[in-house]
Design a protein around this ligand. Structure first.
Ligand SMILES: *[C@@H]1O[C@H](CO)[C@@H](O)[C@H](O)[C@H]1NC(C)=O
Ligand SMILES: *[C@@H]1O[C@H](CO)[C@@H](O)[C@H](O)[C@H]1NC(C)=O
Ligand SMILES: *[C@@H]1O[C@H](CO)[C@@H](O)[C@H](O)[C@H]1NC(C)=O
Ligand SMILES: *[C@@H]1O[C@H](CO)[C@@H](O)[C@H](O)[C@H]1NC(C)=O
Ligand SMILES: *[C@@H]1O[C@H](CO)[C@@H](O)[C@H](O)[C@H]1NC(C)=O
Ligand SMILES: *[C@@H]1O[C@H](CO)[C@@H](O)[C@H](O)[C@H]1NC(C)=O
Ligand SMILES: *[C@@H]1O[C@H](CO)[C@@H](O)[C@H](O)[C@H]1NC(C)=O
Ligand SMILES: *[C@@H]1O[C@H](CO)[C@@H](O)[C@H](O)[C@H]1NC(C)=O
Length: 410
């Protein structure tokens, strides 16, 4: 990635605070006599060829059935082992179960989303390698400022457009004119939140990137910036090449760089610097200790989803271990964990979990799989991305590593 000084990137960093649906899933064919247990969308939405205002209305029967299932959660018996080494433990899981059953209100959350966000639905198209229409749900907050910069913000897994909950308002309406303003476009990736999952294979990171570029043009933005994290970064790394002429800059907090054979040979020969050692060891630690979920998601997403989609608390536990491992010392509250889980559980987990299979087919973590680009790119790296590392490292387009001491990115 090229890291260049760019006032946009620097300024974004300052802001960091921290068709009727083509879905083949039809309620008409739902054989279940019980409400809320079908495999449909579970919310009302229409997706036409242009942006239409949208208010979220999830099926009450589905929410009630999900709460009932949460109440029937069967814990796994703990053994004498270090806290969370194998996964979230029983006392943590049952505490969340209790909150879901006694204290959680989806209707409060839905009402807040509807009040806070200007939401829309539309349909977009990719290119020659994925020709099916792609229905999208998104938040679009236009700034009042005449100098505002359009920006596309792409989340990852396990997340949704709510990833940007804390920044959309300050970015669209900064407190004064010494800060940049943005027209913020925050879609849910297909299969996440309220963007229906693709019904056909082939929608990988590159095809999504082509669709998101067409999407920005549909909104009238011919030149725009992108901010990406996690899976969104894989999409962004295709976009800066396939849509190079449209993209002003790319800022990512997920600069995943894989050491190549030369780097590993230097490491084996004790020729790498202490910073490079820390990076290689932490990355190796992540890939061996924490990346099992990627292996399953990218190979047997449907087999796994048979369990995840059937157990809301079980799905939350699967998500919780990963977000806890990647969150420094921040502890998510039951309220946050349940909302986060529901954003992926309401549409069903298969569609979002399966993104890995498409993205890994196209290289994903192999940074040499992506074409180089002249789009100015900024990276931030956080201690949590590599649990104990105090370094940041990225490979420039010219192929050099740059290593800096980690500071507080925000
Ligand atoms: C969805 O739309 C149908 C048909 O208009 C309506 O009967 C139903 O109440 C709506 N559901 C929700 C959750 O708004
Ligand atoms: C799990 O529960 C224990 C006991 O209440 C608490 O100390 C700990 O912080 C919880 N872990 C997480 C990750 O929330
Ligand atoms: C959660 O619900 C329980 C049972 O209704 C209640 O006793 C408790 O006060 C609630 N906690 C909060 C923080 O609202
Ligand atoms: C479609 O896929 C082929 C094979 O991977 C690739 O060569 C081609 O560039 C792709 N086209 C687009 C528009 O992505
Ligand atoms: C944008 O400007 C309008 C008209 O001046 C004003 O009513 C509105 O509150 C402003 N919105 C924001 C987010 O500043
Ligand atoms: C603008 O707002 C930011 C954030 O609140 C603040 O740090 C900065 O000092 C303000 N600048 C001016 C010129 O008021
Ligand atoms: C690696 O090099 C450092 C610095 O020269 C040296 O202190 C250390 O003993 C070497 N380690 C091995 C395993 O050779
Ligand atoms: C690994 O990357 C370095 C720095 O970009 C480069 O000099 C070297 O040729 C690469 N090695 C391989 C095997 O690609």
């Amino acid at each position: 990635m090229s890291v260049r000084s760019s006032s946009l990137v620097a300024l974004i960093a300052q802001l960091c605070l921290a068709l009727p649906s083509p879905s083949p899933q039809s309620n008409a064919s739902n054989p279940s006599p019980y409400p809320g247990l079908g495999d449909g969308l579970n919310f009302n939405a229409t997706f036409t060829d242009s942006p239409q205002p949208f208010q979220l209305a999830v099926d009450p029967g589905f929410i009630e059935t999900t709460k009932l299932k949460a109440s029937l959660y069967r814990p796994s018996r703990d053994i004498a082992i270090d806290d969370w080494e194998d996964g979230p433990q029983q006392y943590n899981m049952t505490a969340v179960r209790d909150w879901w059953v006694h204290n959680y209100s989806w209707w409060d959350v839905q009402s807040t989303i509807n009040q806070k966000y200007q939401q829309f639905t539309t349909t977009v198209h990719s290119g020659e390698n994925f020709t099916h229409p792609i229905p999208l749900h998104f938040a679009h907050h236009r700034s009042n400022r005449s100098d505002a910069i359009p920006i596309l913000m792409l989340h990852g897994w396990p997340s949704s457009f709510l990833e940007w909950d804390q920044v959309i308002d300050p970015m669209a309406s900064p407190p004064n004119t010494s800060l940049p303003a943005f027209h913020v476009v925050a879609p849910n990736l297909p299969g996440f939140g309220f963007s229906p999952a693709p019904a056909y294979p082939g929608l990988g990171s590159r095809e999504m990137g082509q669709a998101f570029d067409n999407f920005m043009h549909q909104l009238g933005y011919d030149r725009y910036a992108i901010y990406t994290t996690d899976l969104g970064t894989f999409i962004g790394r295709w976009m800066v090449s396939d849509a190079e002429a449209s993209i002003v800059s790319h800022l990512t907090d997920f600069p995943f760089v894989t050491p190549n054979a030369t780097d590993l040979a230097r490491y084996a020969a004790n020729q790498t610097t202490p910073e490079e050692n820390a990076f290689i060891e932490e990355e190796n630690n992540f890939l061996t200790e924490h990346a099992g979920y990627q292996a399953v998601h990218s190979t047997k997403p449907l087999a796994l989803s048979q369990a995840l989609t059937d157990s809301p608390v079980g799905f939350l536990g699967w998500v919780w271990h990963l977000v806890q491992a990647a969150s420094d010392v921040y502890q998510y509250t039951p309220q946050q964990l349940i909302t986060n889980a529901l954003m992926l559980y309401i549409p069903g987990t298969y569609g979002n979990v399966r993104s890995y299979k498409e993205f890994w087919r196209e290289g994903a973590l192999n940074d040499t799989a992506y074409p180089s680009s002249n789009v100015p790119t900024g990276v931030t790296q956080w201690p949590s991305a590599f649990a104990n590392a105090d370094v940041i490292l990225s490979r420039t387009v010219s192929g050099l590593y740059t290593v800096q001491k980690q500071g507080n990115a925000c």
